[in-house]
Design a protein around this ligand. Structure first.
Ligand code: GDP
Ligand code: MG
Length: 226
C-alpha cells in the first residue's frame, strides 16, 4: 500500500473506533446484547440466525442487521421468520463499519434484548472493524478446512466465541474439529468454542445458553458501573 493509502486507512480505522464506542454505549444503556457474526461466505451465518430465532422466541425481543455487498436476500430470510431485519448493502466494501450501525439507531426498536449483526462474508476486513458489539462470534464451517484459524488469525483473536459450524459434516469431509479448536485456542485461549449443526440442532442449546449468560453479564457489568 502507498503511504497516502496507509494514512487514509488509518484515519478510517480511527474514526471507526470512536463511532463503535458510541454505538456500544447506546446499546449497553438499553441492555441490548449486540452480537457481530463473522465468517467466510456460506459458513452458515444466516442459517444459524434462523435456528437461533427458533430458540429465542418471544418474550425475547430480537432484531437483525444484515451486511452484504449486494441484495436484500438475507434480510428477507430473517423477516420470513417474523423478526425485524435491516439490510445494509455495502456496494463493494468487504465489511460493515460502526457508523453504518449508528445510522440505524433511530430505526431499531428501543426495547430489544438481542441485536444480531451478520457481517459481510469474509474472515479478513470485518476483523479490523469494531461495530460496537458486545460479543463477536466467528464461524468456521467444516467444508472450509481445519487449517483456517492460523491463516486468518485476527478473526479468531478478536472474537469471544467460535462456532464450528456444519458439524453434521464431520466424518464426511477431511476436517479435524480438534485441530481447528486447538489452533484457534492457540491464537486466543479465552475463546468459547461450540460445535454446532443447524441441520441436526447439535450444540444450539449450549450456544443459546451462552448468549443468555452474555446478556446477563452485560446487565451485571452495567450495575457495577452505575
Ligand atoms: N450441512 C449443513 N449445511 C448447512 C448448515 N448450515 C448452513 N448450511 C448450508 O450452507 C449454505 C450457506 O448457508 P448460509 O446460512 O446462507 O451461509 P452464510 O453465507 O454464512 O450466511 C446453505 O446451503 C445452507 O443450507 C449446517 O449446519 N449443516
Ligand atoms: Mg448470510
Amino acid at each position: 500500500m502507498k503511504r497516502k493509502d496507509v494514512e487514509v486507512y488509518e484515519d478510517i480505522l480511527k474514526s471507526n473506533v470512536a463511532a463503535a464506542a458510541e454505538v456500544r454505549r447506546r446499546f449497553r444503556e438499553q441492555g441490548v446484547l449486540v452480537v457481530n457474526l463473522l465468517s467466510s461466505p456460506g459458513a452458515g451465518k444466516t442459517t444459524l440466525l434462523e435456528r437461533l430465532i427458533d430458540r429465542l422466541p418471544p418474550p425475547a425481543r430480537l432484531a437483525v442487521i444484515e451486511g452484504d455487498i449486494e441484495t436484500e436476500r438475507d434480510a428477507e430470510r430473517i423477516r420470513a421468520k417474523g423478526v425485524p431485519a435491516w439490510q445494509i448493502q455495502t456496494g463493494g466494501a468487504c465489511h460493515l463499519e460502526a457508523k453504518m450501525i449508528g445510522r440505524l439507531l433511530g430505526e431499531l426498536p428501543s426495547d430489544l434484548d438481542f441485536l444480531f449483526i451478520e457481517n459481510v462474508g469474509n474472515l479478513v476486513c470485518p476483523a479490523a472493524f469494531d461495530l460496537g458489539e458486545s460479543l463477536r462470534v466467528v464461524l468456521l464451517s467444516v467444508p472450509e478446512g481445519d487449517d483456517k484459524p492460523k491463516k486468518y488469525p485476527k478473526a479468531f483473536l478478536t472474537a469471544q466465541a467460535l462456532v464450528l459450524s456444519k458439524a453434521d459434516l464431520v466424518g464426511l469431509l477431511p476436517f479435524d474439529p480438534e485441530r481447528a479448536r486447538g489452533e484457534a485456542l492457540e491464537i486466543n485461549p479465552s475463546l468459547a468454542v461450540f460445535r454446532v449443526s443447524a441441520l441436526t440442532g447439535e450444540g444450539l442449546d449450549d450456544l443459546v445458553a451462552y448468549l443468555h449468560l452474555a446478556r446477563a453479564g452485560l446487565a451485571a457489568e452495567d450495575g457495577r458501573h452505575a
